[in-house]
Design a protein around this ligand. Structure first.
Ligand code: SF4
Ligand code: SF4
Length: 466
């Protein structure tokens, strides 16, 4: 009865299923001496017992086959079950395939996950499907080997902030000369990757700008509260102007800002690619520059993927390091995204010029940091807010996912752009540099005159404190 109550509602939104088969035992038969037919049950094991004995992954056996995870999966939405599936399809199918069938097929399916967490959020059996996918993929990568080129970048560059800085600076220079502007739009880019116009890294990093322009004046901010701002790689190298806008806004509302001594990657690209060895090296380096207890009140992230990695994954990589583990646990409790911080502080804003805006909810903000900035902005600027259909649906970026599967990424982006255009808003506000890269790049490519702004830029340019 419990299954009957849960299954149709989650599968198709119906109160009750169209039909139900009840097996009540052997039925009567005139041809049988016993007066009843024989009834046989055949249980096919096919790896299920092994899965049941696995204390971590046996969570997958709680699945009631409602199909909700497939319904909400953006990848499944564009590919369907023949591509994103083997015998069992969709997100849970990728997990079951790795236990019931061969590793090769499973690797292919697991690698199709862009990590949006929509499946984990919707599952009525509370299975953290995305986490299981990521962990199984990591295990298979360990067994069969990681991508050597990417791994050398993760291991040798991302974990070393000074090497990374030098390489990005050199790369930025080459790109600027080759492209003659700040965007990468060369006709040499393979057609399937040329569905968005990406930004080139900036000449000067955010931390360098911060030290020159903002650091000294932080001591003069008369405030009881200190915000430790973790910029992440995207703000540091690609969008330093977003970092500048947040520092200006926070100072304006009377908060002092500190940044890490060195900017190290959060390690998510390596985690997503299943390269746990590189991820551990990057995270161990990153932890060195996290703030010590009591030196800050809020730990601000402008990239929810960095925030979610810090909040839920860092601890896994420092379990053997008690001092660092304690530091991470302390930081976890203070992580906020910008809209959450402003909501906590009860900051009120009003529009400067009445611009109509909509809001794209980044996957890892909604389903990782668990704060919906859309509701916050809507409550403050309701007359100018244009609701977007499926505002919390992934934009198709997913870091290396959009490089590995450009056609899938484009198809997901096309749906997002259609939703944006239908709102008639002039600005899309969001809180993730990855989403900005993808959506802004897609709009630019299609010459659609809608701006995409991080919330910090939107606050800086279009609103004033009420
Ligand atoms: S995390 Fe997102 S992309 Fe991955 S399987 Fe779940 S719904 Fe699909
Ligand atoms: S994993 Fe969860 S959401 Fe997916 S089919 Fe099973 S019960 Fe439904």
């Amino acid at each position: 009865m419990k299954i009957l109550r849960v299954l149709p509602k989650n599968a198709t939104g119906q109160i009750i299923s169209v039909y139900v088969t009840w097996i009540k035992g052997a039925v009567e038969s005139l041809n049988s001496s016993s007066g009843r037919k024989e009834l046989h049950f055949v249980f096919v094991d096919n790896g299920r017992k092994a899965l049941m004995d696995n204390p971590y992954f046996n969570e997958a056996l709680k699945c009631i086959r409602c199909g909700s995870c497939a319904n909400v999966c953006p990848v499944y939405g564009v590919l369907g079950g023949h591509v994103f599936g083997h015998i069992y399809t969709g997100p849970i199918g990728a997990i079951l395939t790795s236990f019931y069938h061969d590793d090769k097929k499973a690797m292919e399916l697991l690698s199709l996950c862009c990590g949006c967490k929509a499946c984990s959020e919707i599952c009525p059996a509370n299975i953290d499907i995305q986490k299981l996918i990521s962990d199984i993929y990591g295990g298979l990568r360990l067994k069969y080997g990681v991508d050597k080129l990417r791994s050398s970048v993760y291991y040798g560059v991302l974990s070393k902030p000074s090497t990374m800085k030098k390489m990005i600076k050199a790369g930025s220079l080459v790109l600027r000369i080759a492209e003659k502007n700040s965007h990468i739009n060369s006709p040499l880019i393979p057609k399937k990757h040329n569905f968005r116009i990406l930004p080139a890294p900036k000449e000067e990093s955010f931390s360098s700008i911060f030290r020159k322009k903002f650091e000294a004046r932080q001591e003069m901010v008369e405030s009881e509260k200190t915000v430790f701002f973790y910029p992440g790689c995207a703000i540091e190298y690609i969008y330093p102007e977003i970092g500048e806008s947040v520092v200006k806004f926070l100072n304006k509302i009377g908060l002092r800002v500190k940044i890490p001594e060195k900017i190290v990657c959060c390690g998510y690209p390596a985690v997503h690619d299943g390269d746990k060895i590189s991820a551990k090296r990057i995270i161990n380096e990153s932890v060195k520059y996290l703030p010590v207890e009591e030196s800050f009140d809020y730990f601000l992230v402008l990239c929810p993927t960095c925030g979610t990695t810090l909040k839920y994954l860092f601890r896994e990589f420092v379990t053997d390091m008690p001092k660092e583990y304690k530091k991470v646990k302390f930081v976890e409790g203070r992580i906020v995204n910008l809209s959450r911080l402003l909501d906590d502080l009860n900051v009120k804003v009003k529009t400067k010029n009445g611009i109509l805006f909509t809001y794209h909810i980044p996957c890892h903000q909604n389903r990782g940091l668990h704060f919906n900035g859309e509701r916050f902005l809507k409550s403050l600027l309701s007359n100018y807010y244009m609701p977007m259909e499926d505002a919390d649906r992934c934009c198709g970026f997913g870091g290396s996912f959009s490089i590995d599967y450009p056609q899938v990424s484009k198809a997901i982006l096309d749906k997002k752009i259609e939703s944006i255009v239908n709102t008639s808003a002039s600005v899309v506000v969001t809180e993730c540099p990855g989403c900005i890269m993808q959506i802004r790049g897609g709009l630019l490519k299609r010459s659609i005159p809608v701006e995409v702004k991080h919330l910090s830029e939107f606050l800086d340019e279009y609103v004033e404190i009420d």
